[in-house]
Design a protein. Sequence first.
Length: 340
Amino acid sequence: MKKVSDMVVKSNSLIEASYSLTVQEIRLLDIALADLTTYEESEKQLTTMSEFVEVRADEYAKVYGVDMKTAYTALREASEKLFARYFTYSVQSVQFPSHQEHRKSRWVWNIAYIEGQGLVKLAFTPDLISLAGKLRGNFSRYHLEQKAPLTSVYAHRLYEMMMQWRNSKVVPSIPYHELRHRFDIADDEYVRITNFKARALEPAIKQINEHTDITVSYDQYKEGRKVVGFIFKFKFKQTAKPIIKDTNKDTNKTASADKPITKRTPKVIPTMSAPQRNTFANKLANHFDFTRDYSAQTYGKSRGEVVTWIEEGLQDDKKRQEWRKYLLMAGYEFPNPINS
């Protein structure tokens, strides 16, 4: 099936899970999980098929800005390691509700690399399917293109943690030992906190601030003179305004010297047909600026519900004008006037 989304969705339990992956494995999973996001829950049962999710070298190269040779190598090496990888996460026990249940699960239960084709075919485990791809409930989302430039495993993990709290912009305090756990740093590695900050935390923040859509800062809190945890803050960067052609401008006329120049009213987007509404509803549902600016209205909804909400909005004259800039960024073109 053709992938139409670059949105990755993970449950908060998965974001908080402990696991060890290389950057290549993280990148492979991100592309595959973005594919999973496009399917409704009734379709997720198809993931029992080993050929359900495919990741190609040309797709990997395009998303991550690498050459084809690098993409081939990354997919081959990631596919060789990923089958043996597992993650550990916690859920409330059904049998003992007052206790946490600590589970271990593999990411995939079937994975294959087709030599000479630069193609990986994989099937997610049922546990992972339950923890990813949904837009409803305690799930966090981010756009693949925003995390794609990151080359540090720690930067990948920290960025996802920020997205978990995207609506509040402030991350609850995280104990130092918990952050090490999420970064999968061994007890005998970066033992001194100055080394941890210099080798893991601060380079991760630097990468995020330079290459993604957010800016991260942090404070540390102490017990006595000992640093015991961190409080992170982040904000979304202002996006550059798109260069939009002024379709109202008449290049064949000049302003009269004796007439004041008045500001023209932006051209109104006319009523859309049902196919147009469906097309642009799907585009806006995948558009980063739109989903970010309207996260309060779309948070917790399935992708189908988001598309329906946008389609209904596009029937309203005021909503179409409110969403004008997003529609233009998504490729909307004003209809040509009919010459009599």
